[in-house]
Design a protein around this ligand. Sequence first.
Ligand code: TXA
Ligand code: MG
Length: 328
Amino acid sequence: MVTQHLDALMEREFALERAGILLRDGELVAIPTETVYGLAACISNATALKNIFAVKGRPADNPLIVHIADRKDVYHLAHVDKLSELLMDAFWPGALTLVLPKKEVVNDLVTVGLETVAVRMPSLEITREIIQAAGEPLAAPSANISGRPSATTAHHVLDDFAGRIAAVVDAGPCELGIESTVVRVESGRVIVLRPGGVTRANLAAVVGDVLADAGAETSLAHGSPGTHHRHYAPRATVVLCETIEDLRQGAENGVQGLILILAPVEPELDIPWCPLSASTLFAELRRADDFDVDKILVHCTDAVRLDEALMNRLRKAAEPFRESGVDK
Ligand code: TXA
Ligand code: MG
């Protein structure tokens, strides 16, 4: 299979039409969103849904997010409580995914048999136009091989999936570059299952003290199966460092091969440096792989440590493979 590169910046109408036809035919099409690229399939096509798991190498217990073009579609898919309505009013379209009690119509392949479904209405216009062209909501995980950094450009998507999916719609680099925040309302409280593009402060400004604190979230994060799996890992070893001295030591610690520092500000060390930010992290991790970097030292300054979504991705990128080996 030759993966078609559909250029939505140069040929928008053609790209939309092709993507719509392919999706309706049951093919997988990678789509741009404001967060990261998604690997999309029509939610009613069981074969296409199975293919998402096969092509990504996605663990079978990790459910997919359903992407809708129109807010009214959420009522077709799920039961919506008052607090979730409030969140939709404030953050849709945008980088907030709501986990809601599902309705019968949602295929078990999307939810991996759970009683809930995750729904998001993306803010990028072309994403919603692709969903409309497909004629139904699209299930889409991030468009990366499981365990690899997410894709924030069409080029990243092709690096992982060229020859294995029908097409990628290229709308340039993703604006946010980090995935959506996944939340669930439980007993009148909003629980963050995965930090992301919408911050805890953004949420608190709308829902105030019904936002569960971070401690509660950790124990409840089992509610989001994907948070258990190894994620975002480049081939290089990733080491999180707090101080310049830690960076210096990390560079000296028995390393052969290429070392790279990711830091928000260039440290005064004689080691190659690339800027660190939530919107460019995945691109930098992938670039490090392209250059066969062996070790990435990340300078977790105060500002970095305050960025919950960025720290979450960094910790996961730095996790060694666990002995049990189920995650990939
Ligand atoms: O920004 C995003 O969310 C991107 C773009 C493409 O929309 N998508 C994305 O999908 O990051 P994925 O599959 O990489 O991550 C989805 C997360 C996983 O942690 C998964 O476990 C969780 O959402 N999730 C999906 N359905 C769920 C459910 N019913 N209950 C709890 N967590 C769920
Ligand atoms: Mg993902």
